[in-house]
Design a protein around this ligand. Structure first.
Ligand SMILES: C[S@@+](CC[C@H](N)C(=O)[O-])C[C@H]1O[C@@H](n2cnc3c(N)ncnc32)[C@H](O)[C@@H]1O
Length: 307
């Protein structure tokens, strides 16, 4: 099984005592480096911490400890998966987002740091509502957006919609893990369809990090994204904007007058998206830039209907 990674040649080049923690780490780092993984050493360390269910301090304090054969075999198998391009987060099953630890698996997009800007923006807008705001997150995936919001705003409630039942199962576990499940309703839904069927109440805020990558840009993504993250989470096909078009057209029906709709966009989409926004229905308040200076979060406010 580990033939590629631990061939006789490679093994003969390994430091003696590679069944000890320090040696196993050195060996794994070399394997990951040879496979082109940039953060080879930190990834090796994370995989060993995960395998032993121990933290970094333990690895340092016990660097001379022998690894159990079963732990070593499991560690090597995980290193092999990482070397083959599987994202670290799918191997460990975890990703930190907005200071919280989220479960992830291949049914969900791995939450990205830039999406924290969407959460920050949402929390800012929710400050206008002093009592029990109601939020709807479309394309909720791991549930990272509504779970982070509900964790911060203890009086809020939210709906999380996703077309993927596999994603919603992960979102439900994340909501339970962070103690917000009783305030989060999860629905299988193609955009707003499930809300249409339920004639649900209107929301103070709608959030979304929709699939927005143009089909022609897929080939240029990192291999580990392209080959491992769910295609439905990355792209709706075509120019990447079909879900955004549906959300911009559909959201007003589910928003209170004066309510906000905020959503994430791709690095080159702000001008096109600004043109999609009907000025009779929406006020385009802002397109916020992320830490790289990329226009990332579109902030719309539903206009008050004319008297
Ligand atoms: C970019 S991911 C975002 C996941 C999560 N909100 C996050 O920020 O990490 C987009 C999500 O939208 C879902 N999705 C794709 N098309 C959809 C549609 N037509 N209606 C509802 N959800 C959809 C995907 O299943 C995926 O979970």
């Amino acid at each position: 099984m580990c033939g590629v990674l631990y061939s006789t040649t490679e093994m003969s080049e390994q430091p003696q005592g590679s069944t000890k923690i320090a040696g196993a780490l050195t060996e794994a780092s070399a394997v990951l480096r040879a496979a082109g993984i940039i953060e080879a050493r930190p990834h090796a360390r994370t995989l060993l911490e995960h395998t032993l269910a121990r933290d970094h301090a333990f690895l340092i304090a016990h660097s001379d400890d022998e690894l159990e054969p079963s732990a070593l075999a499991l560690f090597r198998e995980r290193v092999e998966r990482r070397a083959a391009g599987e994202p670290l987060q799918y191997i460990t099953g975890r990703q930190e987002f907005y200071g919280l630890d989220f479960e992830v698996n291949p049914a969900v997009l791995i939450p990205r740091p830039e999406t924290e800007l969407l959460v920050e923006t949402a929390l800012e807008l929710l400050r206008e509502h002093d009592a029990a705001p109601l939020v709807c997150d479309v394309g909720t995936g791991s549930g990272c957006i509504p779970v982070a919001l509900l964790h911060e705003r203890r009086d809020a409630r939210a709906y999380g919609l996703d077309i993927s039942t596999g994603a919603l199962a992960v979102a439900a576990r994340n909501a339970a893990r962070h103690g917000v499940a009783s305030r989060l309703t999860l629905l299988v839904s193609d955009c707003f369809d499930a809300l249409d069927a339920r004639r649900a109440q209107t929301f103070n805020l709608i959030t979304s990090n929709p699939p927005y990558i143009a089909e022609s840009d897929l080939a240029g993504l990192q291999r580990e994204v392209r080959e491992h993250e769910p295609r439905i989470a990355l792209t709706p096909g075509g120019d990447g904007l079909s879900v955004i078009r549906r959300l911009v057209a559909g959201a007003p029906r589910f928003l209170d007058a004066g309510g906000h709709f905020i959503f994430e966009i791709g690095y080159d989409q702000h001008e096109t998206v600004a043109r999609l926004v009907d000025g009779n229905v929406w006020t385009l308040l802002d397109i916020r830039r992320d830490l790289q200076g990329i226009p990332r979060v579109v902030v719309l406010r539903r206009r008050e209907p004319h008297a």
